[in-house]
Design a binder for this molecule. Structure first.
Ligand SMILES: *Cc1c(COP(=O)(O)O)cnc(C)c1O
Length: 385
């Protein structure tokens, strides 16, 4: 399917709404039936009809159709946040007594789900270094039902060899889920590599403007329908029609934004990589990265995240560098128009520093600004430390 068709036409039935180019925000909780017979038919056909917005809503459906097509999936289901999608996907694949193998250092709340939440319900989890797919294999137990991936993963952007992990899962009759938020559906399509379910935080690149939150699960129709009947309807973490509309608006420009972000990030990374005050850059598409070949093989392009280690033993220097940046906002999240930093130093105080990550680690996200504008800012801030 053409990308342009997906973004501009797929799922849009403009004749139904006055030929409006931009779809309506169908702001309703319920949909009325004309007769008992109609209602009977509706109840029988859910999830294919509009009956109640906690189940389905027309504005949300347009977004779901486009996201499914972008991932090459039969079907997709949208959620009110990325972590709601992650949690529903994971819960749909486990029951008490099962065992999960999960990538080490996933997104922080995925980590909480795996390490704190699942064990409460009798699901055991092993976290593995995913840079070697064999670590997944070695962690398998007779009761393993799910292998969970996030590639690239949070903060340090290590990759998992997706096809290799899928092979291990298939041989053991396990399912696989991947969080594909960092790569976007434009630059990596794990379903084509045999993964069962792909999740995204739509809050990030898909929305792209730091003004809405959402998540999605993409997969086979049968699996998605099972999640609809189960985790989706019972946990109720739905996407509002208004936020679906904002995400749709963001989605229309995803390809131009990603192209721009990829090019700018390449320049900014090249600048930082050669800078004497930068000890290390974590970025899959750096030629010196041991996973560079794998990155080129399973991703179509780089995206806007990378992490640096500032060359210093003093946390004050990290503070000074970060505070001196004028054009990078200091914030959580990423994927919007604005460049961001997230310094690990902010989580550091000698009393309760729990992270395994060093305090001189700074995560960057590159937005839509000019490369030179950002590099000049980095230059003046690095000169101060
Ligand atoms: C932000 C993020 C999430 C969670 O998404 P929310 O929309 O904030 O709930 C999940 N996975 C990754 C990789 C993320 O960066």
């Amino acid at each position: 399917m053409d990308l342009s068709y997906i973004l501009n036409e797929l799922g849009e039935d403009r004749e139904l709404y006055f030929n409006a180019v931009s779809p309506p925000i169908v702001q309703t909780s319920n949909f009325a039936c004309k007769s008992v017979a109609k209602m009977r038919e509706m109840l029988k056909n859910e999830p294919e009809v509009y009956f109640y917005t906690r189940g389905n809503n027309p504005t949300v459906t347009i977004l779901e159709k486009k996201l499914a097509a972008l991932e090459g999936a039969e079907h997709a289901i949208a959620f009110g946040s990325g972590i709601a999608a992650v949690s529903a996907a994971v819960l749909s694949q486990v029951k008490a007594g099962d065992h999960v193998v999960c990538i080490k250092k996933p997104y922080s709340w995925t980590n909480a789900l795996m390490q704190k939440f699942l064990p409460r319900f009798g699901v055991e989890v092993t976290m593995v270094d995913g840079t070697d797919a064999n670590n997944y294999k070695q962690a398998l137990k007779p009761n393993t039902t799910l292998l969970y991936l996030e590639s690239p993963n949070s903060m340090t952007f290590e990759l998992q060899d997706i096809a290799a992990v899928v092979n291990i899962a298939k041989a053991h009759n396990c399912s696989t889920i991947i969080d594909n938020s960092f790569a976007t559906p434009l630059f990596q399509n794990p379903l084509a590599l045999g993964v069962d379910l792909v999740v995204h935080s739509c809050t990030k690149y898909i929305g792209g403007h730091s003004d809405a939150m959402g998540g999605v699960i993409c997969g086979k129709r049968e699996t998605i329908n099972r999640i609809f009947e189960g985790e989706f309807m019972t946990l109720g973490a739905i996407l509002s029609p208004h936020d679906a509309w904002l995400l749709l608006r963001g989605l229309r420009t995803l390809p131009v934004r990603m192209e721009r972000i990829a090019a700018t990030t390449q320049k900014v990374v090249a600048y930082l990589h050669q800078h004497p005050k930068v000890e290390q850059v974590y970025y899959p598409f750096l030629e010196t990265n041991p996973q560079y070949e794998l990155a080129k093989q399973q991703m179509r392009n780089n995206t806007g995240q990378f992490t640096i280690l500032l060359r210093t033993n003093e946390i004050e220097k990290v503070d000074l560098f970060c505070d001196s940046l004028k054009h990078f906002l200091m914030a959580a999240s990423w994927g919007g128009h604005e460049s961001l930093i997230y310094p690990m130093a902010a989580a550091y105080n000698s009393a309760n520093y729990k992270s395994s990550l060093p305090f001189n680690l700074i995560r960057f996200y590159i937005g839509l600004e000019d490369a030179d504008y950002l590099i000049k800012d980095l230059e003046q801030a690095l000169a101060k430390v």
